[in-house]
Design a protein around this ligand. Structure first.
Ligand code: PHE
Length: 369
């Protein structure tokens, strides 16, 4: 009997200290398998006298039940532990960035495009798009620049032959648009006032140095209504520069200027600090020109089929690449269009960061670059 007691303690101990399901199964077989200790004991019952047989038999049955219970309890503990371990290794942290890391980058011009659309979009502007190849009516004539107008020389225009078979005829030729202002006319032709659009797109001039490339980007803005004034122009553009440079306040000045298609015309300068190595927007005593603007000239309204006695409005044109250089400190415009992946990796933006007025324009969770 003492033997049975110590056997029981030993086996229960073994069961409770089994480290995994496999070890537990080995213990079960060694106790209750065909040749297990307990099975052997049961077999041995046959030779005992009847009374002892009954008594020991009972004890062995009780023991068997106890072992089974201990085995099941241990099995459950081990199974739970194993499941927890498995779950721990399979955890997915949905807040981690995408893997493999995204390789593509958004070009700074695309980023600025998005930002500008986000800002004006919230002010209620629609986005209009037009052709790169433009006729002279839309690019010049309708914008109060008839043939031989001296202002045509302000822009170094690329002319395109009217057709492949004809000799070049200046009057008939197309141009690749020198500015997005032609979209003012195209919009007036297709929409009735009130009009509130921006027209971003590619523009072309024969020019090449650190701040000029033959192809560059502009955004045109046009607002036309019955009572739109210069004060609206000033407020609208002030809100734009503040939102764009993500500053609460920024010094601005409107400097009188000349464009054939606006009267009066102005250029907007923003306050900045210029040093040899740095350009800081929003502080300092220097001024930096960022856009041209003015009240739409009555001749332009007429050319677009709008009665200047009933309607008036303002227009502006901003260089997108110029804004990108300023905002993101990119010194040479020519590098924008060299398609160098190292440059893009450095100056580009993560494809997963969208520009929005509520989520942040350029600074979404510090993951912009
Ligand atoms: N089109 C002008 C330029 O390219 C900018 C401009 C647009 C000025 C609209 C006034 C109004 O320089």
């Amino acid at each position: 009997m003492e033997d049975l007691e110590s056997l029981k303690t030993q086996i229960i101990n073994n069961i409770n200290s089994a480290l995994d399901i496999k070890a537990l199964e080995e213990i079960r077989v060694s106790v209750m398998g065909k040749k297990g200790i307990l099975t052997e004991q049961m077999k041995g019952l046959g030779v005992l006298p009847l009374e002892q047989k009954i008594e020991t038999g009972k004890k062995l049955n009780v023991l068997k039940a106890e072992f089974e219970q201990a085995l099941n309890a241990r099995k459950e503990v081990l199974e739970t532990a194993e499941l927890n371990k498995k779950l721990a290794t399979e955890t997915i942290d949905v807040t981690l960035p995408v893997r493999p890391e995204t390789q593509g980058r958004i070009h700074p011009v695309s980023k600025i495009y998005e930002e500008v659309v986000a800002i004006f979009g919230q002010m209620g502007f629609e986005v209009a798009e037009g052709p790169d190849i433009e006729d002279q009516f839309h690019n010049f004539n309708a914008l109060n620049m008839p043939p031989n107008h001296p202002a045509r020389q302000m822009q170094d225009t690329f002319y395109l032959p009217h057709s492949a078979n004809e000799d070049f005829d200046m009057d008939k030729s197309y141009v690749i648009r020198t500015h997005t202002s032609g979209m003012q006319i195209r919009t007036m032709e297709t929409k009735k006032p009130p009009i509130r659009i921006i027209a971003p797109g590619r523009t072309y001039r024969s020019d090449y140095d650190a701040t000029h490339t033959p192809m560059f980007h502009q955004v045109e803005g046009l607002v036309i209504d019955k009572t739109t004034t210069m004060a609206h122009l000033k407020g609208c553009l002030y809100d734009f520069v503040k939102a764009f440079f993500e500053l609460d306040e920024i010094p601005v000045r409107y400097r009188p200027s000349y464009f054939p298609f606006t009267e009066p015309s102005a250029e907007l300068d923003i306050g900045c600090l210029k040093t040899k190595t740095e350009l800081k927007v929003g502080a300092g005593n220097d001024w930096l020109e960022i856009l041209g603007c003015g009240m739409v000239h009555p001749n332009v309204l007429k050319a677009g089929g709008i009665d200047p006695d009933e309607y008036q409005g303002f227009a502006f044109g901003v260089g997108l690449d110029r804004l990108a250089m300023l905002k993101y400190g990119i010194p040479d415009l020519r590098t924008f269009f060299e398609s160098d992946v190292r440059w893009l990796k450095n100056y580009g933006f993560s494809p997963l960061d969208f520009s929005s007025m509520t989520g942040g324009l350029s600074n979404n969770g510090g993951q912009t670059r």
